[in-house]
Write a protein that binds this ligand. Structure first.
Ligand code: ADP
Ligand code: MG
Length: 326
């Protein structure tokens, strides 16, 4: 198409550069350069596909996010969806709509971040689309992966009595964002959780292979909102024990300054940890699960989500989870 190129760099030149750096993979018969990518399929596997849209001003802010970190994050958040099914990510597709102000150096930084993060997970960039945006920078990433037939872990499999687990720690990313928005610079451990989230691919694969999870998703909108999705799809409720929430030392320190920050761990979002339910009541017998998982509650029959305080009263959360249309 004419007149839809990013500033100072032709569409073809940009795609040529991306193609040069994109690498190859065994399953990828034909990558960037033709009308479609061609991928080899395996007979005993099912295909997983997920798309995420990232829009400047809504999902990221270039005042405190570098293009390189944005490239990394746009890969990680997408792979997190494959992790949440227990799958193995294989291929990425990247569509970018570039505003005229973005120069070729910045695009190069984005591509570099994107491709090095993809390489970390042995995932290949197999295609995409590139055009000019008259509005903000928009990035659409599609990931495809595979899972053994019938082994994908859905949101709909939770039953009353199942234990609820979460990987890693909660709230660090939301706390970092809160500090950034207040004009403070968060310590690097927190900032990294926000700018460089890790997709829990290996953990998801372990849970699927050992059939340890009855339902699972990744926490992008906040623990309570995402637990709500499992509850909704499984037609169950849940009770969380606040004293069991896995919180980092940095988060605990910030909590002492302002106890209201507990809500960041419950509703902050962008944790990209795995939240799952299991028939197994004590997964501490599974030290191979990395990062470690913490039991935070139980699935119930009443269709509501409650948070139990250490004094046994119910906790009223002051914020909802993230909802684009709220
Ligand atoms: P078409 O006109 O058929 O859409 P394009 O000129 O848009 O073809 O793209 C040419 C090739 O470059 C295709 O293989 C496409 O998948 C790939 N491509 C375009 N933009 C990107 C991008 N941002 N990242 C990766 N691959 C891209
Ligand atoms: Mg195209």
């Amino acid at each position: 198409m004419m007149n839809d190129k990013p500033a100072s760099l032709s569409e073809f030149e940009l795609i040529r550069r991306i193609r040069q750096q994109a690498g190859t993979a065994e399953h990828l018969i034909l990558g960037i350069g033709d009308d479609c990518a061609i991928q080899q399929q395996q007979a005993n596997q099912e295909l997983l596909t997920s798309t995420d849209l990232l829009i400047e001003g809504i999902h990221f802010d270039l005042r405190w996010t570098s293009l390189e970190a944005l490239g990394r994050k746009s890969v990680a958040v997408n792979l997190s969806d494959i992790a949440a099914m227990g799958g193995t990510p294989l291929s990425l597709f990247l569509a970018v709509a570039c505003p005229a102000q973005l120069n070729s150096d910045q695009l190069q930084q984005f591509t570099q971040g994107f491709l090095s993060e993809a390489e970390k997970y042995s995932v290949v960039l197999a295609g995409g689309d590139t055009c000019r945006s008259t509005g903000p920078l928009m990035i659409s990433v599609t990931v495809q992966g595979t899972v053994s037939k019938g082994r994908a872990i859905r949101r709909s499999g939770a039953s009353p009595g199942d234990a609820i687990y979460v990987s890693g720690s909660l709230g660090d990313s939301a706390l970092a964002l809160q500090l950034l928005q207040q004009g403070e610079s968060p310590p690097s451990q927190l900032a990294d959780r926000h700018h460089r989230p890790q997709a829990r691919v290996a953990l998801g694969q372990q849970l699927a292979a050992q059939q340890l999870a009855s339902a699972m998703l990744d926490i992008s909108d906040g623990l309570l909102a995402d637990l709500g999705h499992i509850a909704e799809e499984s037609a169950v409720g849940a009770e969380i024990e606040l004293s069991r929430l896995p919180l980092s030392n940095r988060f605990r320190a910030a909590l002492e300054v302002d106890p209201q920050r507990l809500d960041l761990a419950l509703t902050g979002g962008e944790d990209y940890e795995l939240l799952f339910t299991s028939k197994v009541q004590d997964l501490s017998q599974h030290p191979e699960l990395k990062p470690a998982v913490t039991r935070i509650g139980v699935i119930t029959t009443e269709r509501e989500i409650n948070c139990r305080r250490p004094d046994a009263d119910l906790y009223q959360c002051s914020r909802g989870g993230f909802d684009h249309f709220a």
